[in-house]
Ligand binder design. Structure first.
Ligand code: GDP
Ligand code: IMO
Ligand code: MG
Length: 416
């Protein structure tokens, strides 16, 4: 019986999970998503060609790997249908859990309306209906992917839901479709997706029993976790490795190696605390060189220095066996690089993440920079100061750096 290895985001998302999942997927038989929805944007570059994935797992470019969308994902049919059009011969290579909840157009409308009402206190969501879709699931008024197998019944059920929630829809000024429009829409989804919908829990169990290599692809990042992130500025799922169990029907003993994906600096998109954010020219340089614009919404990402306190915390939460340090090349040319080693909160110095990060001030250590690591594929060829930076990250986060990435391309990766 094999174990499922996990790839998990350690910061505020967009760490480069897609690149590493794609790289590692070449050696895996199955790649699974377990949470999140089309709020995720995972970018893969292979031989100069770019792929942006939102719901389809990043194993799709390995023709031999089976790709699974687990029960913990919220599935937007329109988004996945569009994404699937980029790939041929998906039948037998892509499977969607019959228990995954549907994220339908009205969920996005609710999300956007609520954000608008919040004004300056908005979370800065992707507007993709993630919160409302997960709320319906938890409220036990959601619809699952299996319901797409009978669109007429699903249409009836959703029309009843619209009636029951009419007061809310009216209050937030959200227009719901009429019955004929809704049925047409659902029938279209059903025609395109039904053959991919199945019991994926059994599939993943069977793969492990047959000693197949299974990789679980996290979405978002630990600091956006609904329980452990900077609430309320978080997403609506458990992004930590434990979420991969509930989101696929695995138990903790099924989990193998956990790899935490971290940028060599730090970014965040949307609102909420970000202690090491740099508002000066260094932050701008990171954004420019790192092309820090969201894959899903195109928004500019906030940039700042590596926060070793948050990464140590996230590594412990996820049980990381190793870190994969991404975008080291983006720090090329900096004379000094800052690394946050502790926080100051109300005059007290702490080395852990407090439950409330509103008033956290970072304490930095300076590290000498380097000229260039871009495209480097061997650890021994890295400049001495880059190696020292990596070593310091390992000391401060108490986690080994097992993978280093030096460009967006699949092969520009050092595996130690
Ligand atoms: P994900 O959501 O964690 O999969 O990350 P995104 O795809 O949203 O954002 C990461 C971005 O960094 C993408 O544009 C990647 O192509 C790019 N990227 C990944 N690794 C590297 C790297 O080592 N160096 C550089 N310069 N870019 C990278
Ligand atoms: P990947 O998988 C970065 C952020 C949003 C917002 C908060 C809540 O590409 O790393 P939501 O739409 O989920 O309700 O928004 O979470 N967010 C992400 N930030 N990367 C992501 O995914 C994200 N998915 C959601 O910007 O702050
Ligand atoms: Mg992303």
């Amino acid at each position: 019986m094999s174990k499922a290895d996990v790839i998990v985001g350690i910061q505020w998302g967009d760490e480069g999970k897609g690149k590493i999942v794609d790289k590692l997927a070449q050696e895996y038989d199955m790649v699974c998503r377990s949470q999140g929805g089309h709020n995720a944007g995972h970018t893969i570059w292979v031989d100069g060609v770019k792929y942006a994935l939102h719901l389809v797992p990043s194993g799709i470019l390995n023709p031999k790997a089976i790709n699974v969308i687990g029960n913990g994902v919220v599935l937007n049919p329109e988004s996945i249908i569009k994404e699937m059009e980029q790939f041929s011969q998906l039948e037998g290579r892509l499977f969607i859990s019959d228990c995954a909840h549907l994220n339908l157009p009205y969920h996005s409308l609710i999300d956007q309306a609520r954000e608008k009402l919040k004004g300056v206190n908005a979370i800065g969501t992707t507007g993709k209906g993630i919160g409302p879709a997960y709320s319906d699931k938890i409220n036990r008024i959601g619809q699952r992917a299996s319901a797409l197998l009978n669109p007429t019944q699903l249409c009836e059920d959703i029309m009843n839901y619209f009636d029951e929630n009419k007061v809310i829809f009216d209050a937030i000024d959200v227009q719901t479709p009429n019955k004929a429009q809704l049925l047409e829409e659902l029938t279209g989804y059903s025609e395109k997706l039904s053959k991919f919908i199945t019991n994926t829990t059994n599939m993943v169990w069977r793969a492990l029993e047959e000693n197949k290599r299974v990789l679980l692809e996290g979405a978002q990042g630990t600091m956006l976790d609904i329980d452990h992130g900077t609430y309320p500025f978080v997403t609506s799922s458990n992004t930590v490795s434990a979420g991969a169990c509930t989101g696929l029907g695995l138990n903790p003993k099924d989990i193998g190696i956990v790899t935490g994906i971290v940028k060599a600096y730090c970014t965040r998109v949307g609102n909420g605390p970000f202690p090491t954010e740099d508002f000066g020219k260094d932050g701008d340089t990171m954004a420019d060189v790192g092309k820090e614009f969201g894959t899903t919404t195109g928004r500019k990402r906030r940039c700042g220095w590596f926060d070793a306190v948050a990464v140590k915390h996230a590594s412990r939460l996820n049980g990381c066996d190793q870190l994969s340090l991404m975008k080291l090349d983006v720090l090329d040319g900096f004379e000094t690089i800052k690394i946050c080693t502790a926080y100051e909160v109300d005059g007290e110095i702490i080395d852990y993440v407090p439950s409330n990060m509103d008033n956290v001030k970072p304490i930095y250590e300076d590290i000498a920079g380097w000229d260039s690591v871009v495209g480097c594929r061997e650890f021994d060829k890295l400049p001495t100061t880059a190696k020292e930076y990596i070593q310091r990250i390992e000391q401060l986060t108490k986690t080994k750096v097992g993978i280093i990435s030096t460009s967006p391309e699949r092969e520009d990766t050092i595996i130690r």
